[in-house]
Design a protein around this ligand. Structure first.
Ligand SMILES: *Cc1c(COP(=O)(O)O)cnc(C)c1O
Length: 485
């Protein structure tokens, strides 16, 4: 398997070449040159597999430069009951049989948030940590990961990289702006290779510093600076696996020979479009998906596109701070991958849209394109939006009527899922975090504290390892240099 760039650079690259890279040299995102096809007999063969072995089957279609035995061992080490808390890794639980047009559709939650940091980002980041350690050891190299986080990404990266040979993490976060639980999760890590830097500023300041430091090519090369953001293909690929696992759990039986396979739909709480883009890849591989429902919060860049065909990047001033903060985006960094497929993999057009039109006008319009109609018809994409009031109402309704406590992001998806039910088609909502990460909103909705897994008791009282710093790229560079000896 080779990888190419969404902006037209077709220099063939292998998986391990792009693993440690961010953007392609032409500014595009990496995608496989084709999507391997999974037919009905293969689906039947995969159905009974434990999650780690299913992951190996999916990943080995995309990775041919790691020996199979090594890749299988990496998958088994990553997706264990010890790390993810259950044997199923992503257990499915039925919320209810929801009424729709005089009939019913089963509504499920797929739990992606039982990993070390209680958010779905662990699903990919844990794998990335093990792949990085493997590949760096093989090359005899080191990597210093520099990132900015408003919460979930940073802690998932730190828990994935802690104690790993050859890797250091320097994670910037806006001082005092993450939830108290998220701060405790990150700052209580005592591993030597993890560095928390609390920046006096907002998330955008952190991101600007990362951009400035990464833009200093001499510094970047000298200190082997890398990233783990959601545009990394390995993260996306890891996420493809749980779409298969969710499908197998919601459809108990394999179809009779010759019969059409049963379809399911997924609703995905979306920000940077990384999670739902993995659903698109699973769909393109042949997983029988009916709809991919993109759920947004008040930051409705994606909902606007799927409703109107207009993609319009928001200015900072128009990006809202909401109670589902991990979906607060001004643009969706993985969206370019889907548009590349939508436009028949025309790299020149994608470059004109994402490279030129967005830089010049901050928007582009595909509403007059036949391809835009295909977003729904051929690719199954539909969308919806949820607000703070919807979120509170959904958290309350789920808890009081169904006895299930959902986090604010998952609540956005449950709300939007109900708007897209089709009689008889299972609807799987991806649960992307546990309520304990966002206690303030749970208390606002329910008047009580969220449940806390026992292993997090007293986490706020643990000693903290964090360095406070002014919002200045030079100061961060000095810190990195000093800690890379
Ligand atoms: C990151 C995150 C999302 C958004 O996922 P994308 O891949 O950026 O679309 C949703 N919910 C939670 C809890 C997250 O951490």
């Amino acid at each position: 398997m080779h990888y190419l760039s969404t902006r037209g650079d077709a220099t063939p690259r292998k998986f391990c070449e792009i693993l440690l890279e961010g953007l392609a040299p032409d500014g595009g995102l990496y995608l496989p040159e084709h999507y391997p096809q999974v037919d009905a007999p293969t689906l039947a063969k995969w159905r009974p597999l434990p999650y780690a072995d299913l992951a190996f089957e999916v990943l080995s279609l995309y990775i041919d430069d790691i020996p199979a035995d090594d890749l299988r061992a990496i998958c088994r080490k990553t997706y264990s009951q010890e790390v993810f808390g259950t044997r199923e890794i992503v257990p499915l639980r039925k919320l209810e049989d929801s009424p729709v047009a005089g009939a019913r559709a089963p509504l499920y939650l797929e739990a992606l948030s039982n990993g070390p940091t209680l958010a779905f980002k662990d699903m990919a980041m844990q794998l990335l940590g093990n792949l990085f350690e493997y590949e760096l050891a093989r090359r005899g190299e080191q990597l210093n990961i520099l990132g900015a986080t408003s919460g979930d990404t940073g802690s998932a990266a730190e828990y994935a990289m802690r104690g790993k040979a050859g890797v250091r993490v320097f994670m910037l976060s806006p001082n005092g702006r993450m939830s108290p639980f998220q701060q405790a999760q990150m700052f209580s890590l005592q591993d030597d290779n993890i560095h928390n830097i609390a920046v006096e500023g907002v998330f955008d300041d952190c991101q600007d510093i990362v951009k400035a430091v990464s833009g200093d090519l001499a510094f970047k090369r000298r200190y082997k600076i890398g990233t783990v953001n959601s545009i990394n293909w390995a993260r996306l690929m890891a996420q493809v696996v749980y779409y298969f696992a969710g499908y197998f759990q919601a459809t108990v039986q394999a179809p009779a020979p010759g019969a059409a396979p049963e379809k399911v739909s997924f609703t995905v709480p979306s920000g940077n479009f990384g999670n739902v883009c993995a659903g698109h890849v699973a769909h393109m591989m042949g997983l029988p998906i009916d709809q991919l429902v993109v759920a947004t919060n008040e930051n409705d860049v994606l909902d606007e596109f799927f409703r109107t065909g207009v993609y319009r990047v928001r200015a900072s001033a128009d990006t809202h701070e909401t109670s589902s903060p991990s979906m607060d985006i001004s643009k969706a960094s993985n969206f370019e991958r889907f548009v590349f497929d939508l436009l028949g993999r025309d790299g020149a057009r994608v470059k004109a849209l994402f490279g030129d039109a967005l830089a010049k006008d901050g928007r582009f319009d595909l509403s007059a394109e036949p391809a835009f109609v295909q977003a729904a018809q051929r690719y199954g994409f539909v969308s919806g939006k949820s607000t703070h009031a919807d979120r509170l109402a959904t958290i309350r309704d789920s808890f009081e009527r169904l006895g299930v406590m959902v986090d604010p992001h998952t609540a956005d998806a449950v709300k939007v899922a109900r708007e897209h039910l089709v009689a008889g088609v299972p609807m799987i909502v991806l649960e992307t975090a546990l309520p304990i990460k966002f206690a303030q909103t749970i208390v606002e909705a329910l008047g009580r504290e969220p449940d806390r897994p026992a292993r997090f008791d007293g986490i706020e009282q643990l000693p903290r390892r964090v360095t406070l710093m002014i919002a200045d790229a030079t100061a961060v560079q000095a810190y990195v240099a000093q800690h890379c000896k």
